[in-house]
Design a protein around this ligand. Structure first.
Ligand SMILES: Nc1ncnc2c1ncn2[C@@H]1O[C@H](COP(=O)(O)OP(=O)(O)OP(=O)(O)O)[C@@H](O)[C@H]1O
Ligand SMILES: [Mg+2]
Length: 446
C-alpha cells in the first residue's frame, strides 16, 4: 500500500514527491536506533518478570521456613525490590518506544512542512494550482500515516524479537551430557554371571561445573561385581552422592571413565542406561499427584495391584490406606502431606516397582524410626538378593550386611574391606563407627 501510494504521488507531482522522499532516511535512522534499544530492553524486561515469578513461587512453596525464621518483612521488601526492577525496565522500554513513535511522527510531519513550503512557492509562481497542492497534501498525509503505522509495527516487532531472542537462547541450550547412540544390549546383563565385574570406575576425577576449582571426586578407581552389595561410608561432603550422580550421568567426569558391563557408560543411550538403575535418593522428591501417580512414576505401565504390592513391601501400604482417600490421595506440592519417614518409604516402593538390576540406595533408611527401618530392611533384603547394590550407609545394620565397604574422604577412596578388617586398618572408619554406630540407641547388629 505504501509503495502504491508513493507511485501515485510521483505521478501526481514528481518534484514534490522527491522532496518528500528525501525525508525518508531521516525517518529510518530513529526507527533503527530506538528499535534496537526497544529490543534490548524487551529482553531485559522478560528476564526481570521471570525473576518476579521465581521469587514468588519460591517464597510461597517454602512459606513455613519463611514464617519459622520470621522472614516475612524482609522477604516482602526483597520481593517489592524485584517488582520495582521489573517495573522500571518496562517503563524504560515504553519510554524508548514512545520516542520512536514521536520521532517518526515529528519527522514525517516536518517532511510535509518542507513540501508545503516548496509547493506553496510553485502555487505562487503558477506552476501548479492551489487545488492540486491541496489534493497532493491530502494524499501525502495518508502516506505519512502509513509510515507512522509502520513505525508502530516496527516497535511491536522489535519487542517480540527481543523476547523471542531470549526464548531461542533457552531453547538452543545444549546439555553437556550427550546421549550415546547404542542401545544397551539387554542380553549383556544376563550374560554377566554372579561374580563378574558389572561397574568399574577408572581413575575418575570430577568437578561440579559451578565449582571448577574443587575436585568433588579424584583418583577414584574401584569395581563392583554382579550381585555384590557394596557400602559407601565417609564423612559428610566426601562425595558419596556425587558418585551416584555420575553413574546416572547427570554429569560426566572430566577425567577417567565409568564402565558398565565393560562398556563406557557414555556409549549407551541415556534412557537405556538409566533404566538399569533404581535409585532411592537422599532427598525424596514427590509430586502434587495421587499416591498411585507418585509410585507409578517408577514404571508407567504398572498395574494398581503391583503398585500396592510394592508399597506393602516397602512398609508403606499401612499409612497410605490411612490417608483420607487412600491411594487416590493427592500428596500436595513437594509431598507436604507426608512425614519424612513416610516419604522415604514411598521412594523405596518406587525403587521396588522399578525392578532394575542395579540398586542405588542413598541413606535409604536414615529418616525411619527403628521399627519401620527394620521392616524396610526386611523388604530390601529379598530385593537386593542377586542384585548388584550400592548403598550409602550410615547404619551399622547396613554396613554389616555389605560384602565390601569403601571408605571415602574428600573425594578419594582411602580404604576398603569388610567391617572387621576396616576396624583394624582404617582409623577414619573406626572413628565413624564409634561415633555413628556405637552411640546410636537403635543400633542393631542382628
Ligand atoms: N550441585 C553441586 N554443585 C557444586 N558442588 C556440589 C554440588 N553437589 C555437591 N557439591 C559438593 O561436592 C562435594 C561432595 O558432595 P556430596 O553430596 O557427594 O557429599 P556426600 O558424601 O553425599 O555427603 P552427605 O553424607 O552429607 O550426603 C561437597 O563438597 C559438596 O559441597
Ligand atoms: Mg549425600
Amino acid at each position: 500500500m505504501l509503495v502504491g501510494g508513493i507511485l501515485f504521488l510521483l505521478v501526481m507531482h514528481f518534484k514534490l514527491t522527491l522532496i518528500l522522499l528525501t525525508c525518508v532516511p531521516f525517518v529510518i535512522v530513529p526507527v533503527v536506533y530506538f528499535g534496537r534499544r526497544v529490543r534490548r530492553l524487551s529482553r531485559d524486561s522478560q528476564d526481570e518478570v521471570a525473576n518476579v515469578g521465581r521469587y514468588l513461587s519460591q517464597a510461597l512453596r517454602h512459606i513455613k521456613v519463611v514464617q519459622a525464621f520470621t522472614h516475612e518483612k524482609h522477604d516482602a521488601q526483597r520481593f517489592s525490590a524485584t517488582v520495582d526492577r521489573a517495573f522500571n525496565v518496562s517503563v524504560k522500554r515504553i519510554q524508548q518506544r514512545s520516542w520512536l513513535t514521536l520521532m517518526v511522527i515529528l519527522l514525517s510531519m516536518s517532511g510535509i512542512g518542507v513540501m508545503l513550503w516548496f509547493g506553496g512557492k510553485d502555487v505562487i509562481s503558477g506552476e501548479i494550482s492551489a487545488g492540486d497542492l491541496a489534493s497532493f497534501l491530502f494524499y501525502s498525509i495518508i502516506v505519512a500515516g502509513a509510515v507512522g503505522a509502520i513505525s508502530e509495527v516496527m516497535g511491536e516487532l522489535q519487542r517480540a524479537a527481543g523476547a523471542a531472542e531470549r526464548i531461542m537462547e533457552l531453547l538452543s541450550a545444549k546439555s553437556a551430557v550427550v546421549s550415546g547412540a547404542s542401545e544397551f544390549p539387554s542380553q549383556r546383563m544376563t550374560e554377566i554371571h554372579q561374580g563378574d565385574e558389572v561397574i568399574r570406575f577408572d581413575n575418575v576425577e570430577f568437578r561440579y561445573p559451578t565449582r571448577p576449582d574443587y575436585a568433588a571426586l579424584k583418583n577414584l578407581s574401584f569395581s563392583i561385581k554382579q550381585g555384590e552389595m557394596l557400602a559407601l561410608v565417609g564423612p559428610s561432603g566426601a562425595g558419596k552422592s556425587t558418585l551416584f550422580e555420575l553413574l546416572l550421568r547427570f554429569y560426566d567426569p572430566q577425567e577417567g571413565g565409568i564402565y558398565l558391563a565393560g562398556e563406557n557408560i557414555k556409549a549407551y543411550s541415556l534412557d537405556d542406561l538409566r533404566q538399569r538403575f533404581a535409585l532411592v535418593p537422599q532427598e525424596t522428591v514427590l509430586f502434587d499427584q495421587t499416591v498411585y501417580d507418585n509410585l507409578g512414576y517408577a514404571n508407567r505401565n504398572a498395574s494398581k495391584e503391583s503398585i500396592q504390592y510394592s508399597a506393602e513391601q516397602a512398609n508403606a501400604h499401612e499409612f497410605i490406606t490411612r490417608l483420607d482417600k487412600g491411594y487416590e490421595t493427592r500428596l500436595g506440592e513437594d509431598g507436604v502431606r507426608l512425614s519424612g519417614g513416610q516419604r522415604q518409604r514411598v521412594a523405596i516402593a518406587r525403587a521396588i516397582l522399578k525392578d532394575a538390576p542395579i540398586l542405588l540406595l542413598d541413606e535409604a533408611t536414615s529418616a525411619l524410626d527403628a521399627e519401620s527401618e527394620s521392616k524396610v530392611q526386611a523388604a530390601l533384603e529379598p530385593l537386593m538378593k542377586g542384585r548388584t547394590t550400592l548403598v550409602i550407609a550410615h547404619r551399622l545394620a547396613t554396613v554389616l550386611n555389605a560384602d565390601r565397604i569403601i571408605v571415602m574422604e574428600q573425594g578419594e577412596i582411602i580404604a576398603q574391606g569388610t567391617h572387621s578388617e576396616l576396624l583394624e586398618t582404617c582409623a577414619l572408619y573406626k572413628r565413624l563407627a564409634d561415633l555413628q554406630f556405637n552411640q546410636n540407641d537403635d543400633v542393631r547388629t542382628d
